[in-house]
Design a protein around this ligand. Structure first.
Ligand code: SF4
Ligand code: SF4
Length: 359
């Protein structure tokens, strides 16, 4: 292979962190750790021969370079071709025809007019919603919602439900509901007596998950961990230009207030008084949309910054809009994950958000 030109697959993109790098495989939703030395080689020499690279390093690192390229080839991250110019880099432009791409609706004691909200979402061309119930519901409640989407021939193609555990809603009924309704992307049942995931059963269809964790209100949102990383072109390209949680998001909190997300303090009016379009057009509604991870302290040095979601509602330093998400326990300078909620450096922020009893 020494005399052939190596080429990174265009959907395998290296991202450099403070201490190590990753190659994001956007086709296969995977990422691979690599040393920063290899990142520099990939950035500088993509399209060159291995022979050429070895010579550039005065043949002092031949063995290491061979190891690097064996790794890249065996993980399907590179291929060899004599005409590298035929393989341009993938575009990381991002756009969407939707004024709003995703919505969160919270329900507790107060009812919101779901049909009216869905009709308003059509105007905004929104296609993904998450509905979170903090009080007990019966199965009929969510069945009705999905049937309404069908009746209205809604453009919503993905609906996630987060519901509290109830003995009256068994996993079998939920399985049937999910299998019958391809719009249901997930049902997460919290405060359950056990942790169990059923996603393997239906493969690419919606998934069902029972979790012991209790979710009492919106303060439970915003946790960052590796399980929530998505290495795909949509998130990767959007994260270069926009915020990975709040861009084109609109929400209705449990009291009916229209917000960027239910955890944000600022309300743009109540859904009973103004429309979603009116709220969207108010000054400040879009103020978080373009805060990228490259602008956020610590995250800007993190190798996961383009595959990680963000949280602007709970910050390590609540006075600094560009502060790292409070609920991330990762340190890109040591590559260690730690439990964020017991980190003494975060005590002040946890107290500011009155979260002492949340976890
Ligand atoms: S900004 Fe934070 S709290 Fe709000 S929806 Fe996103 S992750 Fe959740
Ligand atoms: S440091 Fe930032 S980019 Fe890295 S995992 Fe945490 S929140 Fe995500």
């Amino acid at each position: 292979m020494n005399s052939k030109n190596f080429i990174l697959f265009s959907d395998c993109i290296p991202v450099k962190g403070a201490n190590r790098s990753v190659i994001c495989d956007l086709q296969n939703n995977k990422y691979h750790f690599i040393p920063n030395g290899l990142y520099e080689i990939l950035e500088t020499y993509n399209g060159k021969t291995i022979q050429f690279i070895k010579k550039e390093f005065n043949n002092s690192y031949d063995e290491i370079i061979d190891e690097y390229f064996e790794f890249l080839y065996s993980h399907n991250l590179i291929f060899y071709d004599a005409n590298p110019d035929l393989f341009p880099k993938i575009s990381l432009d991002w756009n969407s025809p939707s004024l709003i791409t995703n919505m969160i609706i919270d329900y507790d004691a107060i009812e919101h007019d779901f049909e009216n909200i869905i009709k308003q979402l059509e105007i905004l061309k929104c296609s993904c919603i998450q509905v979170r119930f903090f009080s007990k519901i019966n199965l009929h409640r969510i069945t009705e919602m999905v049937e309404l989407l069908n009746e209205l021939k809604s453009r919503i193609i993905s609906i996630d439900f987060i519901i509290p555990y109830s003995e009256s809603i068994g996993n079998e009924e939920l399985e049937i509901l999910i299998k019958k309704n391809p719009r249901i992307h997930s049902v997460i049942v919290f405060n359950a007596p056990y942790d169990k995931s059923y996603n393997a059963i239906w493969e690419k269809m919606g998934y069902l998950m029972f979790v012991k964790r209790n979710i009492l209100d919106e303060k439970h949102c915003g946790i960052i961990n590796e399980e929530y990383f998505y290495s795909n072109i949509k998130l990767f390209s959007e994260s270069h230009h926009h915020n990975t949680c709040l861009n084109r998001k609109i929400s209705i909190d449990k009291k009916g207030n229209i917000k960027n997300c239910p955890s944000m303090p600022q309300s743009f009016g109540n859904i009973n008084d103004i429309t979603l379009v009116e709220a969207l057009n108010l000054t400040d509604f879009k103020k978080y949309w373009n805060i990228t991870k490259d602008q956020i302290e610590v995250c800007k040095d993190c190798e996961f910054r383009y595959i990680c979601t963000d949280c602007r509602a709970y910050l390590e330093n609540p006075d600094n809009q560009n502060s790292k998400p409070l609920k991330c326990g990762y340190d890109p300078y040591t590559n260690q994950w730690e439990e964020w909620s017991t980190n003494s450096l975060k005590e002040k922020a946890i107290s500011y958000y009155e979260m002492e009893d949340v976890f």
